[in-house]
Design a protein around this ligand. Structure first.
Ligand SMILES: [Zn+2]
Length: 254
């Protein structure tokens, strides 16, 4: 009995402590008009957490993700720089919310492989109508019909937050602002700043890609930002900082 009461007491105290913490953080957020949250949205095949950072509290939502291909780490570093910049320049986020997934494929990132720990190319693994129709090379392995846990985590974020636009950061020698869905103007806006060509087609079919899933099939403007793969992170950031800020500010509904 004593033990039960103690447990009850402990859980009540725990709830009170959590409430105090929540109230405290809400007060801080309102005072500064500042919202910054970190979530774990899922776990990789090898149980590594996949993080989502939420900045701002506005209605217009931009989802920016990196390293869906583990051997293209540039996205992580650009997103981390963007995060620091946004934290210091919150006025940019008036009426906006930015969701950042720095590393969508944490196992591939650690192993420096394009694919996840089960050998699946996550950017061919989305449940699209054209899923699995092309598998010329092992590196494009679309996986099974049931999406991989990393793909599921991205799908969950799209379903939960319903972003107005998505930017997925890769790297490639043919750098470009590739777009899917109603994103031509958004791609052209980014081009003004990063000077990369605007492309509606990357040059080869990408069945089961995020661009097809979100852009073509769900009409969410989606940019696949292919950074040059042979320049420093610093240079890449300088080339893309204003392009990313412009993309966040871009009002898609106008
Ligand atoms: Zn890629």
């Amino acid at each position: 009995m004593v033990c039960i009461i103690n447990n009850k007491l402990i859980s009540q105290i725990a709830i009170i402590l959590i409430l105090v913490k929540v109230v405290h953080s809400i007060q801080i957020e309102t005072k500064k008009e500042y919202v910054y949250k970190e979530h774990i949205i899922g776990y990789s095949v090898e149980n590594r957490p996949i993080y989502l950072i939420e900045i701002g509290s506005g209605k217009e939502i931009t989802l920016i993700l990196g390293v869906i291909h583990g051997d293209e780490p540039q996205g992580k570093y650009i997103i981390e720089r963007l995060k620091e910049y946004l934290k210091k320049n919150m006025r940019i986020l008036k009426n906006k919310k930015v969701l950042l997934i720095p590393v969508a494929n944490p196992d591939g990132f650690i192993k420096k492989t394009r694919v996840n720990a089960r050998g699946v190319d996550l950017n061919r693994n989305f449940p699209t109508k054209d899923w699995g129709t092309i598998r010329k090379k092992k590196r494009y392995n679309p996986g099974r019909r049931k999406p991989e846990p990393e793909t599921q985590a991205i799908i969950k974020v799209i379903e939960l937050y319903k972003p107005d636009k998505i930017i997925t950061i890769h790297s490639y020698h043919r750098y470009c602002n590739n777009y899917d869905g109603p994103a031509k103007k958004l791609a052209e806006t980014m081009q003004k700043y990063n000077k990369y060509p605007v492309k509606s087609y990357i040059g080869y079919p990408t069945p089961g890609s995020l661009g097809t899933y979100a852009g073509k099939e769900r009409n969410i403007p989606t940019i696949t930002l292919e950074l040059p793969n042979n320049i420093s992170i610093e240079k890449s950031w300088l080339q893309n900082k204003d392009a990313l800020i412009a993309a966040i500010k871009f009002n898609i509904n106008k």
